[in-house]
Design a protein around this ligand. Structure first.
Ligand code: 4AD
Ligand code: MG
Length: 432
């Protein structure tokens, strides 16, 4: 039996006759030659089929097979600098597993609505394939980084009894006799309990926001990576964020260059990203955007355009810090030098990609925490356990959340978060 080669490993198989299992991505023929672009899940490669090299039956079945037919191809793997991906298969034999026709997504241009409706098929395209492979590399890099820094992965629940990031974006679900449970907005609160048990922890999972905003930066279900550290301050947490981001970019540049190039990504912009990232005080950030024409007042959160304008003034990601306490979540530690400000920060990506990280230092005093819960009109009963964390061995602690789709969208240089996850959930989309 001929061994199976994966397209991503072709370099290792040059000169060998191997079998490739995959799909016909594209095809053109000229009489006695057929040129196939095959995809096998790991990559795309050109296969050249000459009528003389194949049985009549194999030739005809291949000729009849349409785009996305599944096939097994046996052939000699050759290096060819001109071929897409750098290799070519000189086909010796072919079996069509399923001959298919009328694949809805053809090489011509389709509108986004049509592509989203066919997301389950669109995922096979070169562009979508590249994005999802980069997403995988990013997630692995984040996890490798944190694992190497001594963080422990502790999973946090998805059904929760209360809000973490404000009550306006909660998804409620009926939960037996308990009444309503809410899909988690963030694993942070549970992470804080886990940090008191394990020191440095992270959770990584889906999080949910009933976002009414229909923007290119918002999903209703997105994946968040959230590290949390005991005995740590704002600066400690954001040093981890910064270094983790740089590590992931280097990893993607080293291992996913082909995919980045397929997306037409300007690599020089990514190569430039280097620690340390500039820290920009909220007051200075307001000054900068107002000088550039923004009407945003001191005391408000930034809009998407503000973030873009602000980030454009720097060529590195920036750490905007000390947002007013009044616009931040109940758990934010006030700045000890001026309680109007909180020990919070966001990282804004360059090139107009906006906020990719949000985090801060958490209140460690039980009385202040209780007061803030009341100020925010949150039910004390549901947070009893959270207050306990401040009663038994309280300590300064800090962490952050990085939105995976926001990060991947930036790294890939694409326009919209919907392409950074296989099956995006948005205000008006739950199919497929
Ligand atoms: O700034 P956020 O709301 O922070 C938190 O949830 C904290 N509890 C995290 C923590 O400190 N552990 O969200 C964090 C990040 C944002 O910076 C953004 O990248 C992403 O999550 N995010 C979204 N991504 C896609 N769609 C949405 N609707 C998002 N909302 C936030
Ligand atoms: Mg935020």
């Amino acid at each position: 039996m001929t061994d199976i080669a994966r397209i991503q490993d072709f370099q290792r198989h040059v000169g060998a006759t191997m079998k490739v299992q995959g799909w016909i991505h594209n095809k053109r023929s000229s009489g006695k030659l057929q040129f196939l672009i095959l995809r096998d899940g790991t990559g795309f490669a050109q296969a050249v089929v000459s009528k003389a090299a194949l049985s009549e039956e194999a030739w005809v079945s291949l000729e009849k097979a349409g785009q996305e037919s599944s096939v097994e191809i046996t052939g000699l793997i050759k290096e060819d600098k001109r071929a897409p991906g750098g290799f070519e298969i000189d086909v010796k034999d072919a079996t069509v597993i399923q001959s298919t026709h009328d694949f809805p997504i053809t090489p011509k241009d389709h509108g986004t609505a049509f592509l989203m409706e066919n997301r389950h098929l669109w995922l096979r395209s070169e562009r979508q394939h590249a994005v999802i492979r980069i997403r995988h590399a990013v997630i692995k890099a984040f996890r490798d980084y944190l694992d190497d820094q001594g963080f422990t992965l502790v999973d946090t629940p998805i059904f929760t009894p209360a809000a973490c990031e404000g009550t306006t974006t909660l998804f409620g679900v009926p939960y037996f006799d308990e009444g309503t449970a809410y899909l988690t907005q963030s694993g942070q609160l549970y992470n804080e309990a886990n940090a008191a048990a394990h020191g440095k922890v992270y959770c990584f999972g889906p999080t949910f926001r009933a976002e009414k905003s229909k923007t290119r930066r918002h999903l209703t279900e997105f994946w968040m990576l959230e590290p949390e550290m005991a005995f740590a301050h704002l600066a400690d947490a954001f040093e981890v964020a910064q270094n983790m981001i740089c590590f992931a970019i280097q990893r993607v540049l080293a291992t996913k260059k082909l995919e980045l190039e397929r997306l037409g990504r300007d690599l020089t912009r990514l190569e430039k990203v280097k620690a340390p990232f500039p820290w920009v005080h909220y007051d200075d950030a307001i000054k900068i955007i107002r000088e550039k024409g923004s009407k945003t007042e001191w005391g408000s959160d930034f809009g998407g355009t503000d973030e873009t304008v602000l980030a454009e003034s720097f060529d590195q990601p920036i750490i905007v810090h000390r947002f007013p306490s009044a616009i931040k979540a109940f758990y934010m530690e006030p700045d000890p030098t001026d309680a109007r400000y909180s020990l919070s920060a966001d990282i804004l990506a360059p090139e107009g990609y906006g906020e990719i990280v949000g985090g801060g230092e958490r209140i460690s005093d039980p009385d202040l925490l209780l007061k803030r819960l009341h100020d925010h009109g949150l039910p004390e009963e549901a947070f009893r356990w959270y207050i306990d964390l401040r009663k038994y061995g309280s300590m300064p602690h800090a962490g952050f959340g990085l939105g995976v789709e926001r990060f991947v969208t930036w790294i890939c240089g694409i326009d919209h978060l919907r392409e950074a996850i296989a099956f995006p959930r948005m205000l008006y989309r739950i199919y497929p």
